[in-house]
Design a protein. Sequence first.
Length: 188
Amino acid sequence: MDVPEPEQTPFNAVQAQTSKLARQYQANLDKLTPHTTYRWIGTAVLLMVFFLRIVLAQGWYIVAYTLGIYLLNLFLAFLQPKFDPSLTQDEGLEDGEAGSSLPVKQDDEFRPFIRRLPEFKFWHSATRAILIGFVCSWFTFFNIPVFWPVLVMYWLVLFFLTMRRQIQHMIKYRYIPFTIGKTRYGQN
C-alpha cells in the first residue's frame, strides 16, 4: 500500500524548516545543560557587553531598566520554594499536597528545597532577555529620553526592599535556597 506524500506548500516548507531549527536549538541546549559554570560565565560576559553598550551609547536606559526588572523577577522566582509555606499557612491547609511545605521544626521530616524556577530555566530566560535587550539597544525606536539616575535609584530601592522581604521570608520559614553552608552527609 502506497502512502501518499503530503502536498508541498510554502507553509509546509516553512514548518519543516522551523521544526528542524527548533530541534537543533534544543540539541544545543541539551549539550550546554551540564556546564553550569561556563553557562553563567557566558551570561555574565553578555550582560557586561550589554552594559558597556548602554554606557558607551549613552541611551536606551528604558531597555536597561526593563531588563533589570525582569532579571530581578527571575531571581526572586529562583529563590522562592515551589510550594510557598506562607500560602499553605494562610489558607489553613494542614494536609495539602505531600511534600508541599518546608519543615518548620527540628523534628519535622526532611523535605528537599524545590525551586519555583529551576536553575537552567533561570539561566535560559536571563540569557534570552539579555540578548533581546542587546538587540533592542540597536534600534532608535527604543531610545526613549529619560533621566537615568531616577531609574537607577528606583531600581535600587525596589531591589533592596524586595530582597529584604525575601530574606525575612527565608528566615521565618527556615530555608536556604543555596547549597553553600548546608550540612553534607556521607562525603569521604
